[in-house]
Ligand binder design. Sequence first.
Ligand code: XLS
Ligand code: NI
Ligand code: NI
Length: 445
Amino acid sequence: MPEDFFSGLDGTVQYAGPGSPDPLSYKVYNKDRMVGGTRMEDHLRIAVCYWHSFNWPGSDVFGVGTFDRPWLEPNHDPMAAAHAKMDAAFEFVSKLDVPFFCFHDVDISPEGATFAESAVNLDTMADYAEKKMADTGVRLLWGTANLFSHPRYAAGAATNPDPEVFAYAAAQVKHALEATKRLGGSNYVLWGGREGYETLLNTDLKREAEQLARFLTLVAEHKRNIGFEGTLLLEPKPQEPTKHQYDYDAQSVHGFLQRYDLVDEYKVNLEVNHATLGGHSFHHEVAYAVDNGILGSVDANRGDYQNGWDTDQFPNSVEELSLAVHEILRGGGLGRGGFNFDTKLRRQSMNRMDLFHGHIGGIDTLARSLLVAADMIEQGTLTSARDDRYAGWSGGLGAGILNGTESLDSLEAQVAAGRIDPDPVSGQQELLENQVNQVIWNTEG
Ligand code: XLS
Ligand code: NI
Ligand code: NI
């Protein structure tokens, strides 16, 4: 198995400016560039996801893997293959020169014949990851447990009708959370892969919600018991693989957390493609999370507007991402979160270097969106227009309504006396669209 898997690049991907002809350079992402007083690298906290980049062979439901990933060949010893895969992953992240990676337990370590064997494998691979992280300086943005691939989880993990499956999932999360803590993870993610239903004919919604809440409560308790300082994150997605997933979108997750008194324990990891599958813009999901204090981190990919599934493509629209990054900056940034590239190559992108091209383009798109968003904040493009639009609520009548001074009686009296007779006001959508575009066109690369 390969020593130097990405030999097509000596050294690392570096910033070379917007005019550079070198496809293996960043055109915008310049990690040390200061943006609003913070280094670009520290704003974006970019992570490479292990699973799509190193675990997925390029298969789809109609065909086998197309990628050249020697460690995935079935005739290899699973632990030797896991080590080779980790060598390739750390070589890639270091050459890309981004600070973080993310993993599911089963991405980095093969499942054994028993839980005990899987646990030993994970500990062994966490040892190796610790060494690789020390050698390269790459850090862990988040860890997670895969509670959706194994047949035991076909009917869900925490929401399974069988409490033994709940127990198995609990054991797996405990172990993955502890490995994440040990590797200094900034966050721990729970994406409810099969926490949902295929048909209501056999599903007890009330029980499943209570089971899920119990599971999340136990995880939060364990986090405190072991002193893990990272943030727990739920990742909303409306459907796929199940027909309906409970963590549908940011607002349903928020409501669930409030209902079960978990709102101080969890934030959300928002994924662009999941927002669009839910019938929202990503901008909407981020704005909701920021305004309700639950934004934790981001899975940066994009969907395909002609498809109804998670295509997980690398982001390439500055127009779309700038608006979401604008909301993130307005909320004070991502804190311990970051932008994880939960992105896949296309099945035909089978050249090894395609993995670089995908990430470089996505990272540059994000970097450019950050510059645009920072300019919009500085110029007050949207914030001052919003402030003006709601100015009436800051004092006088608006403040009186909000603080309880006014009642239906008092309001009716003022309206009936003709003292209140509002004129409709323009929402100025087209003007604002033009102003946003103007910032996009004029922001210095
Ligand atoms: C799947 C999810 C998954 C999570 C991690 O759609 O995006 O990749 O991010 O379990
Ligand atoms: Ni994701
Ligand atoms: Ni996804």
